[in-house]
Design a protein around this ligand. Structure first.
Ligand code: HEM
Length: 416
């Protein structure tokens, strides 16, 4: 009836509004909202607080296709006006990297970094990741609740990525401070000024670091990247700087939030946590299920349409921004049986979830992220098998970002 239709569209309008703004109730549990969108409006136009419309794709099959669709571009320079008004000029220069490029530029940039990002280099990091993990856990107090995010989940991936790139230990503290400004800014004028300041400071730091490594190469990723680009003239200085930038940010926030989401999810499913503690071989699949069930990338998958494209009956006009809600796709009942059930033994989850994207932009750091997750969680539970939430689970503080690009906790008080 007309009235039912009216109700549905009102509810959809509310869902679209909440998806645009990320209101607090929705942050605590966005999954019912995404279910509503998948069922009623699988492609919708949202208007985040930065004011630039974007089309949000929420179903698994559509998401999977869109992530790899060459008509949906990752080259944000081409959508520069919309992009500049969201992120500002300084960010744009720093995004001259593979994450924001299409072929053939994407192919070239990714190939150069892949050459340095080989499994051998990642594997060689394993003992260092264990050491860094142990040191951070050594420094956690067992006498009072600890905020696991600031004490462990954030510093660990940053240390690891700095180790990989070749940022000397004594300079990491400062890098971390500026990174946290970049990672947490909003869209007000004041926020944008702070962001620009932090970006400039980090840019200057990396320019000095690049000059140092060029003179005196070491056994690290940055030295290899410099050498490759000097020999083959294939990375410009700007591309080199922005490649460091993408490694630093893609490899840091995502993993940090995921460690927090993992600990929270396991503590709120204590019988499954007990199984993991009892049989550590269950951990790798449990981690994949955590990434599916409560992944850290929500819809930070910015793209734009190179032509008019129709998805699930909705026209996305040429030039529009597009975001793929990975968080929603991973809970689609058409792709996963009982999608809202957390099941560490779920078969085949690793090859199916979309948390690392899919297609040409599939996460380059996935093997590193998986290794870090395994070491971080195994060490934490081995050392503190009785750990518990210090505050009630339903009072968890989920990230209130200006729009829901990432999903994570802002703090996680734990009694170790
Ligand atoms: C790309 C997720 C950790 C480096 C991506 C994409 C996703 C993702 C969804 C694709 C984005 C898109 O298609 O728009 C994650 C998650 C992580 C993680 C959930 C942690 C759990 C890392 C780490 C690194 C890294 C540790 C590196 C040190 C990259 C890079 C790309 C990327 C370089 C761009 C690849 C390309 O454009 O070809 N990541 N990531 N990520 N990630 Fe990750």
């Amino acid at each position: 009836t007309q009235m039912q239709e009216q109700e549905i569209s009102d509810e959809t309008a509310r869902a679209v509004d909440a998806a645009s703004r990320g209101c607090p109730a929705y942050r605590a549990d966005p999954h019912p909202l995404y279910r509503h969108l998948r069922e009623n409006a699988p492609v919708v136009r949202i208007t985040p607080p930065h004011g630039v419309h974007s089309y949000l794709i929420t179903r698994f099959e559509d998401a999977k296709t869109a992530l790899a669709d060459p008509r949906i571009s990752k080259d944000m320079y081409a959508a520069i006006d919309a992009y500049r008004s969201i992120f500002g000029d300084s960010s744009i220069a720093l995004d001259d990297n593979m994450l924001f490029a299409d072929p053939p530029k994407h192919t070239r940039l990714r190939r150069i970094v892949s050459r340095a990002f080989v499994p051998r280099r990642i594997e060689a990091l394993r003992p260092r990741v264990q050491e860094l993990t142990d040191t951070l856990l050594d420094n956690c107090s067992t006498r009072q609740p600890v905020d696991l995010l600031s004490a462990f989940a954030f510093p660990l991936p940053l240390q690891v990525i700095c180790e990989l790139i070749g940022v000397p230990e004594e300079e990491r503290q400062e890098v971390q401070q500026w990174c946290s400004v970049v990672a947490r800014t909003g869209f007000s004028k004041k926020d944008k000024d702070r962001l620009a300041e932090a970006e400039n400071t980090l840019r200057e730091y990396f320019e000095v670091l690049i000059a140092r490594k060029r003179k005196a190469p070491e056994d690290d990723l940055l030295s290899v990247l410099i050498q490759t680009s000097d020999e083959q003239e294939s990375l410009t200085d700007g591309e080199l700087l922005s490649t460091l930038w993408v490694l630093l940010f893609a490899g840091h926030k995502t993993t940090a939030y995921l460690i927090g989401n993992a600990v929270y999810t396991l503590l709120t499913h204590p019988e499954q946590l007990k199984q993991v503690i009892g049989s550590p071989d269950l951990l790798p699949n449990a981690i994949e299920e955590i990434i599916r069930f409560e992944g850290s990338v929500e819809n930070a998958t910015f793209r734009h349409a190179l032509e008019d494209i129709t998805i699930a009956g909705t026209l996305i006009p040429k030039g529009s921004l597009v975001q793929i809600a990975v968080t929603s796709a991973n809970r689609d009942a058409d792709a996963f049986e009982n999608p809202d059930l957390f099941d560490i033994a779920r078969p085949g989850v690793q090859s199916k979830h979309l948390s690392f994207g899919t297609g040409p932009h599939f996460c380059l750091g996935a093997p590193l992220a998986r290794m870090e997750m395994q070491i971080a969680l195994a060490s934490l539970f081995r050392r503190f098998p009785d750990l518990s939430l210090a505050t009630p689970a339903d009072e968890a503080k989920w990230l209130q970002v200006p729009f829901p690009a990432f999903r994570g906790l802002t703090e996680l008080p734990i009694v170790l």
